[in-house]
Design a binder for this molecule. Structure first.
Ligand code: CUA
Length: 255
């Protein structure tokens, strides 16, 4: 296969990969930002990988029978070109990454006193222990009910969600991959993350720091519902908490 044809084939396959790498609809502002950045970096990395591979293969084939190789002569123009090209690429990667890393939906970084959710926003405290989670809504005085796989946090779609992550004992990790949420759970320290869920559904969460024997069973989930359903859920929970008729079996997990 000649070099030109090989290059063309490589470029075409790169284009195919890029097409299929497009993410599906975003589930949250955080996942959206992270997915977009991942794609941007992929679009840069693919042509560079191809270019390097093509030059490498070309050099191997072209010079394999060269018994008396001569050293390369200095080439000012080439040196300036690759320095400038590298600088441009690094600048792009830096600016693109900074834009995402500095977004509160990716690194919130504010202390507890700065978490001031608006009326419809939701604040959840997630406390990890060996081995499970206690999820509470401090503003509503509710404890998230337990499902089959750990506690289920119910939140409305389209509102800001703040999660204060902490631990009772060792270091755990709060991780919901599909919503782009991740934060270490440190003892004696509450760290906040923020996102806005954009699609209803059930999102699996788990502990992402190895924390002992039952680490792999530290599941929880986030149930994103529409506002009306959330309001109704809230009413039911508050009725339960205040000793009203318990129509559903959402035992307040005080264990
Ligand atoms: Cu908790 Cu791993």
């Amino acid at each position: 296969m000649n070099v030109k044809r090989f290059a063309l084939a490589s470029l075409l396959s790169a284009a195919m990969v890029a097409l299929f790498a497009d993410p599906v609809a975003a589930q949250s502002t955080s996942a959206d930002l992270i997915g977009e950045l991942n794609n941007k970096l992929l679009y840069i990395a693919l042509p560079i990988t191809l270019l390097v591979e093509i030059i490498l293969i070309y050099a191997v084939l072209r010079f394999k029978d060269n018994d008396e190789p001569k050293p390369t002569k200095e080439n000012r123009r080439l040196e300036i070109t690759w320095t400038v090209a590298t600088a441009i690429i690094l600048l792009f990667v830096g600016v693109a990454s900074y834009g995402v890393m500095a977004d509160p939906a990716v690194t919130f970084g504010a202390g507890g006193e700065e978490v001031a959710p608006n009326d419809d926003d939701v604040l959840v405290q997630a406390e990890a222990y060996q081995w499970g989670w206690t999820m509470t809504y401090p503003d509503q005085n509710i404890t998230a009910p337990s499902g089959e796989n750990g506690p289920v946090i119910t939140v409305p779609e389209g509102q800001d969600l703040y999660v204060g992550v902490t631990s009772e004992d060792v270091i755990h990790g709060f991780h919901v991959p599909d919503l782009g949420m991740k934060m270490d759970a440190m003892p004696n320290q509450v760290q906040y993350i923020k996102t806005t869920p954009e699609e209803t559904g059930t999102y699996q969460g788990y502990c992402s720091e190895y924390c002992g024997l039952a680490h792999s069973q530290m599941y929880f989930s986030i149930e994103v519902v529409d506002q009306a359903e959330y309001d109704q859920w809230l009413d039911e929970q508050t009725a339960d908490a205040s000793g009203g008729d318990a129509t559903n079996e959402t035992a307040n997990a005080s264990a």
